[in-house]
Structures are given as C-alpha cells and as structure tokens.
Design a binder for this molecule. Structure first.
Ligand SMILES: Cc1cc2nc3c(=O)[nH]c(=O)nc-3n(C[C@H](O)[C@H](O)[C@H](O)COP(=O)(O)O)c2cc1C
Length: 459
C-alpha cells in the first residue's frame, strides 16, 4: 500500500478557507502575529509526522471593497511567512516548510539568495511554491498600473526559473569551497561562475551569493491548474497542488499532468501530487457533524465572495444572477473560473456559482466524521485518482490540526499507510526517497550543473 504524504496548508493571516472563521471563540488564528503560535503549530505538525507546512502568500488585497476587507480580515492583514521559517526550523527537527514566492513580483537574484539561505539554515527542509500571480492590487504595490497577461506571466515565470536554476545549480561547483585554514583559502574563485543572463524580463550578472546548500534548488511546488499552469507544473514542479470537484475530474488532471511530464522527459514518480483536504474530525460522526454546523455558523458569505473576486477579478454579486456562467474573461488566475466552466458537465448560472463558492470557498475535499470515516475517504481518493497526498486545510487553528494529529494520524498508521517515524532529513528525500537530495537528472534545472556525470547519477 502506497504511503500517504501530508502537508498542512496555511496563510499567516487571521482568516482563511472559511471566511469569518477568525471570529470563532476557539480559533486562535488572531494570534498569527506571535511567533510562539507558529512554533506550537509546527511542533504539533511534527508530532503528527507531517511532511511539511505549506504557507501560501500573495501581495495586495481586495482594494475595491476596503471596508469589508478590513472588517472581515479578507487577505489583510498578514505576515510574510518566509521570515518565520528559520525560527520554526530551529524549534523542529524534521518537519519541512514550503513557502511561496512569485516570479511576477520578486527579483530572481534576491529570491534565490533567500531560498538558499533557508535551505542552509533548515538543513534542506525547504520548498518553493512558484506562483505566476496576477492581480491589480498586487501590481500596484510595486508601482505597476497593469498586470501582465496570463500567458505572459507564465513566460516570465519560465525565464525566472531559468535564472534561478543558473544561480542554484551552475554558479558554484560542488567543490568550490574547501574552507582550508592551512591553505588559507575559503573558496576557489575559478569554481565560482558568473551568471550572465539577459532575457525579455530579467537581466542578471552575478555569481550566486550563497555557496551550495543541501538541496541546491529548493523542492519546487506549483498550484495553477489552467492549461498553461499545468504545462508549467509538468515541466518544473516536483510537488503539485491540484483541486477538482469530483474524483473523475481529479484523476483526469493527474493523468494529464503526468502525461505532460513524460513529454518533458520526466518520470511519473518524480512528481508528487497533492489535493486539499478539509477534515472535520470528531470522536464520533455525530460529534463531527456538530462541529461542522458550529463552524458554518461563523462563515461570512460576503467575505467568501470577496475572496473569489480577489482571485479572479470577477465580482459575482454585480453580475446578472440568472445569466449563464460561460465565456467569462479574466487575466487573473483561471483555476477558479475553470472550476465552474470546465468540470461540471453542465452550464451553471451566476447565482449557482455564488452558492457553490460561498459554501466551498477554496477548499478541497470536505469530509466530516470520525477517524475511520476520514481515513476511508483519504484512501479512496488516493486509490481512485493517483494523487500522492493531501494538504490539510484549517477551520480552526490549532484545533483542526490537533484533531487530525490525535485521531486520524494513528488510524492511518494502523492501516500502514502513513509513516510512524521520520526517516529522511531533507524535503526532497522525504518526497522521493533517501539519497535523493538534489534535483533528479531528468529535471530541466539539472541541465545547468557542472560535472553532471561525476556529481549526479541518474536517479
Ligand atoms: C494549494 C494551493 C495553493 C495556492 N497558493 C497560492 C499562493 O500562495 N499565492 C497565490 O497567489 N496563489 C496561490 N494559489 C492560487 C494559484 O496558484 C494562483 O492563483 C495561480 O495564479 C493560478 O494559476 P492558473 O491561472 O494557471 O490556474 C494556490 C492554489 C492552490 C490550489
């Protein structure tokens, strides 16, 4: 039986997934500004032997509805999750951390320096979620008055990764550093190479600031499920977050991505695919059903619809409710328009889309019940769709994670589908097996290495 990989999905804000949940009396998410809060959560995840904590991140907030955005804490305020990671790594031994940085906004040199720093400081427990983000309020934070088109953002992300690979993989040869006190030589300049890149979006002339870190390139994650997003994922991503409304739809996406990866010369098992899991766990099914009803009592429909507007640029409430939800145009992320236009098999009206989104928001599979019910559902989705694992989504922090760790993890372990101890150190090894610390030779980033035949065998 295949072992399940598990992460938790989070954002360092008071509120996410169920908009309005911040107001629930047992939700401690308003402590998001306190480092001990995140340390306690990381230690809880490590007690549950999770693979990683994943932090989503973005710039901007819904500026068109400021009063609502601030009142309900919709995407704002929030922290930069990257800055907490070395502290979380110091408070844990094995848990890994995946965090987000967008090629749309970041500078490749500074970004590579940050990720290499984290790869050093965490001992190889770091992953990078590469998001070709788009949104006017995010663009305005950087003095831009328009967003690049969807296609162009992926072109830019391609070039960003090319520069990043050169910094991570090409700039420093493996034996450039010997830190020899007797020879009085820290590094050999002839083995540290200058990257001279001039492309459409970026110009970088530099050697990488950091000497080679354990994984060199952090484990690459991606979450866009548009056609272009999937192609990007198939080429570059090692961890992929997919969401779909039905098992069949998810299975088709998984097959599509693995098929595209094969066209790029990659092996199917070099991609680990995750979907979101919203698990409401109780000691009994009735107990869990009560919890779900209680959480729902705090949800805010208007705030939920604002998150939709922020992700897609579409204000559903301003559209004709009975109009068919077809032919919608947006240059922002397509995932959440296509989830209603591509997968349902029939045309929805705008008001049906509103009802569905207000109910489900960005959640993946929602399952409510005792540990057996949750574990059965997880196994069923794994078997039927070919995914490798789940990202646990919060209702309450830390309650949602604590319930999962206390009830579901032991059940999965009893079934032999989840680890009983950590065996690997780095994140890439956790996902792909001991010894697989660096990118596999089939990955496009590996083509930038020096001494490829000596340093890296074919995995
Ligand atoms: C699990 C998961 C995590 C995501 N994390 C982020 C994130 O951190 N930042 C962001 O801007 N978008 C995030 N997204 C949304 C998409 O990656 C993003 O909107 C992307 O631009 C959509 O691309 P597409 O148009 O190719 O579908 C996430 C989506 C999922 C399913």
């Amino acid at each position: 039986m295949k072992k399940i990989h598990l992460g938790i999905f989070d954002i360092q804000t008071p509120n996410q997934m169920t908009q309005g949940a911040w107001a629930h009396p047992e939700n401690q998410s308003t402590r998001y500004r306190e480092l001990p809060f995140w340390i306690e959560l990381a230690q809880l995840c490590e007690r549950g032997l999770f693979d990683f904590i994943f932090f989503a991140d973005s710039y901007g907030y819904p500026v068109n509805k400021r009063e609502l955005a601030y009142r309900e804490a919709v995407y704002t305020p929030g922290l930069d999750p990257m800055l907490s990671i070395s502290a979380l790594a110091a408070a844990t031994k094995r848990l890994a951390f995946v965090t987000t940085a967008s090629p749309t906004y970041e500078a490749p040199y500074a970004n590579a320096r940050r990720f290499s720093t984290l790869d050093h400081l965490t001992g190889g427990r770091i992953g990078w979620n590469v998001v070709a983000a788009g949104g006017l309020s995010g663009a305005a934070c950087f003095g831009r008055d328009q967003v690049l088109s969807h296609e162009e953002r992926y072109d830019q992300a391609e070039e960003f990764l090319e520069v990043s690979y050169r910094l991570f993989e090409e700039s420093w040869e493996e034996d450039a550093v010997n830190a020899s006190r007797s020879e009085r030589r820290y590094a050999d300049a002839s083995k540290v190479h200058l990257i001279d890149h001039e492309g459409k979006y970026f110009k970088v002339t530099a050697s990488h600031a950091c000497e080679p870190s354990p994984q060199r390139t952090p484990v690459l994650f991606q979450a866009g499920s548009s056609d272009r997003g999937r192609d990007f994922a198939a080429k570059h991503a090692e961890g992929i977050f997919l969401k779909a409304p039905t098992m069949e739809a998810l299975k088709a996406q998984v097959q599509d991505i693995r098929g595209r990866a094969a066209k790029y010369g990659r092996n199917a098992d070099e991609l680990k695919i995750f979907t979101g899991l919203s698990a409401i766990v109780g000691e009994t099914n009735e107990d869990a059903a009560h919890k779900l009803a209680d959480f729902k009592a705090y949800s805010s429909r208007e705030a939920a619809l604002l998150t939709y507007e922020n992700a897609t640029g579409l204000d559903l409430a301003a559209m004709e409710p009975d109009a068919p939800f077809t032919g919608v145009q947006t240059e922002q992320g397509l995932t959440h328009t296509e989830r209603y236009t591509k997968h349902k098999g029939h045309v929805l009206t705008v008001s049906q889309v509103m009802d569905n989104f207000a109910e489900k928001e960005f959640r993946g599979i929602t399952v409510c019940g005792d540990a057996k019910t949750i574990a059965d559902t997880m196994q069923k989705w794994i078997e039927h769709t070919g995914i490798d694992g789940f990202n646990l989504e919060r209702y309450l922090l830390p309650g949602t994670v604590a319930d999962f760790v206390n009830y579901v993890v032991p059940e999965l372990q009893r079934r032999g589908v989840f680890r009983t101890s950590y065996e690997e150190v780095t994140l890439r090894e956790r996902l792909f097996g001991n010894g697989k610390v660096k990118l596999p030779s089939t990955h496009p980033g590996a083509s930038y290495r020096h001494n490829r035949s000596e340093e890296f065998s074919v995995d």
